[in-house]
Design a protein around this ligand. Structure first.
Ligand SMILES: Cc1ncc(COP(=O)(O)O)c(C=O)c1O
Length: 390
């Protein structure tokens, strides 16, 4: 089997992630921060450990600025619903995932105003286009760091500087970049960073979180038990408890911490270099095949391991099914929860087939995928030709 759906969730995970989960299951099974006994203390230590690993990875000012959530979608909702007020203006891009677009459309329905800046057909947003639409009442700019459709990498450092200079909050959706790209929240002037645990960070599903810059006021989406200040009837004001009501997924976070430690050991640069080298081979191979159209950046501008393509005259879902059933190659066809991004690259409503490379893929995987796509394209041409003759 060749797994090329790492943008949906990474697979396999490093062995040490599983080992950390097993260890937690047996030795740290208490409720973190709720009791004083050894199993509760061990669980609390596991949660703190994950928070510390992530704060260091993203260069957060303080550990408590990392708030845990269920996934990137949950973190995005905590951030958007916690900072926006009716009457605010928000800017985003046409390459966003529905996890950003849908809460922002809700915000618009409830009295907010939204500007969606169009990106190029390769998925790039221009700094000038964002600068031009910042107004007096603009409160926030939201940008997807790495596209889940084309892998296009946005210039978040420049956008962060622009937002800082214009006094606007800057939020980054790092669902596809955390664990693969260096992210320095202080250097990039990021106010809010949403990440998911189960993709590039190699954690289990059900983990993710939000970095909140000190001084950025986020109203809690949920309030309730935190294990801290149990004597008061109101939500504690201090971070991270202010934004973390209810028992967190300590078990999952033990795995996530191990995933982050794996990344630090291998090195972000090595992970990205390997994925990029495989992606370049893949795109170069696919572009040689007659009838194959690869979307997104040119090879020289490729930045990540996510690419999408179609074979002329063939249905994407059928191609993906043949890749799975006949060649054991797992991909994702369709709209990828990103209808606006598909409109931007010209593939809406029929969609495209996405191939997303991970750290554990090999050159041999890429050769086999190119070969399989080439066979399918050739068979498809023959079939189309005979259909035309009949
Ligand atoms: C760019 C982007 N944002 C947000 C999400 C949502 O992530 P999650 O499903 O972990 O909430 C995804 C997931 O595919 C994504 O690719």
């Amino acid at each position: 089997m060749i797994y090329l759906d790492n943008a949906a969730t990474s697979y396999p995970k490093p062995r040490e992630v599983w080992e950390a989960l097993e260890k937690h299951w047996f030795y740290s099974g208490g409720n973190p921060g709720r009791s004083g006994h050894r199993l509760s203390i061990a669980a609390g230590r596991a949660v703190l450990d994950a928070r510390e690993e992530l704060a260091e990875l993203f260069h957060a000012e303080r550990t408590e600025q990392i708030v845990f959530a269920l996934n990137a979608t949950d973190a995005i909702n905590i951030a958007l619903k916690g900072v926006l007020n009716p009457g605010d203006h928000v800017i985003t891009t046409s390459m966003e995932h529905n996890s950003v677009i849908r809460p922002l459309r809700d915000f618009e329905r409830n009295g907010g105003s939204l500007t969606v800046v169009n990106c190029s057909a390769e998925g790039f947003v221009s700094l000038e286009a964002i600068a031009k639409v910042i107004k007096q009442d603009t409160r926030l700019v939201v940008v997807n760091h790495v596209s889940n459709l084309t892998g296009t990498v946005q210039p978040i450092k420049d956008i962060g500087r622009l937002c800082r200079d214009r006094g606007v909050l800057f939020m980054v959706d790092a669902a596809q970049s955390a664990g693969i790209f260096p992210i320095d929240v202080q250097e990039y002037h990021i106010s809010l960073l949403a990440f998911t645990g189960h993709k590039g960070l190699f954690g289990p599903q059900g983990t993710g979180g939000l970095y909140v810059k000190p001084g950025v006021e986020v109203r809690p989406l949920r309030v309730g038990g935190t294990g801290s200040r149990s004597d008061i009837q109101y939500q504690p004001e201090f971070m991270p408890d202010r934004l973390e009501a209810g028992t967190v997924n300590a078990f999952g976070l033990a795995g996530l911490a191990a995933g982050v430690r794996f990344i630090k050991r291998v090195g972000l640069d090595s992970i990205r270099a390997k994925e990029l080298s495989l992606t370049k081979s893949l795109v170069a191979g696919l572009r040689e095949i007659e009838g194959v159209l690869v979307y997104g950046p040119k090879i020289s501008e490729l930045g990540s391991g996510v690419i999408s393509f179609n074979i002329s005259g063939l249905d994407g879902a059928e191609v993906a099914a043949v890749l799975d059933e006949q060649f054991g190659i797992l991909t994702r066809p369709g709209i990828h929860c990103a209808p606006l991004a598909h409109e931007t690259i010209g593939t809406f409503p029929y969609g495209a087939i996405r191939l997303s490379i991970g750290y554990f893929n090999t050159e041999s995987d890429i050769e086999q995928v190119v070969e399989a796509v080439s066979i399918i394209a050739q068979e498809g041409r023959k079939e189309n030709l005979s259909n035309e003759r009949n």
